[in-house]
Ligand binder design. Structure first.
Ligand code: MN
Length: 235
């Protein structure tokens, strides 16, 4: 009974602040915190930059809610759902491909958001080059054409979802608009770039203006990350 209470307590503490880097505040015991965190099979990775580093695409408040509340909640929910189940031993990638129901929804949302943060950079927004640019020109006609197709497809996702750029094993590119938590991995494709078009992704900064958000999204795209994903897709 006491053990159970301890686990529940540390999970709650972790979801509230562990991922924001303030889990070892004064007076808290590091060993017990570490034990609690280690019990969770899935951990939200740190944000790859400070919360205010994506201005003016996103305000600090927008990122703090999106990363600290929404993204964190998918990990917390997932850890609760897999407790004592075989899924606790699976990788997050495997759960995205093979999972079902609520476990899939939370695993994919956990995965998708981590990928989304990596698709952005405070120094992003430059144009891609090399093989990736050549493939974009080959498959879409050029950067301007690709940007328009991806923007339109993402803006038009009905309800909540994601706009994806994905590659097959031959390196052919495809724009995949996806509902809810769907991910190209589920369809045998490798994700290269994504934009989150759930309202929670932009509502603090853009209110209902999804199109204006997706237009601004391009100013922070981390093309180096996209190119790395493309190189791995064809490997
Ligand atoms: Mn989101």
């Amino acid at each position: 009974m006491q053990r159970r209470e301890f686990v529940v307590g540390t999970l709650a503490a972790a979801s509230a602040g562990a991922y924001l880097g303030n889990n070892l505040s004064a007076g808290e015991s590091p060993p017990s915190t570490h034990t609690g965190v280690a019990k969770m099979p899935f951990e939200q990775p740190p944000l790859p930059y400070p919360m205010d580093a994506l201005k003016p695409l996103f305000s600090e408040e927008q990122v703090s809610f999106h990363y600290g509340k929404h993204h964190a909640a998918y990990f917390k929910n997932l850890n609760g759902l897999v407790e004592g189940k075989p899924e606790a031993q699976m990788s997050l990638d495997d759960l995205v491909v093979k999972g079902s129901g609520a476990i899939f929804n939370n695993a994919a949302q956990a995965w998708n958001h981590t990928f989304f943060w990596n698709c952005l950079s405070p120094t992003g927004g430059r144009e891609p080059n090399g093989e990736l640019l050549a493939a974009i020109v080959r498959d879409f006609g050029g950067m301007a054409e690709f940007r328009k197709l991806f923007t339109d497809a993402s803006v038009k996702v009905f309800g909540s979802g994601w706009g994806w750029l994905a590659s097959d094993k031959q390196g052919k590119l495809e724009i995949i608009p996806a509902g809810n938590a769907d991910n190209p991995l589920r369809h045998g494709k490798t994700p290269l770039l994504t934009v989150d078009v759930w309202e929670h992704a932009y509502y603090i900064d853009y209110r209902n203006e999804r199109a204006r958000f997706v237009e601004n999204f391009w100013t922070k795209v981390n093309w180096d990350f996209v190119a790395q994903c493309y190189a791995k897709a064809k490997a």
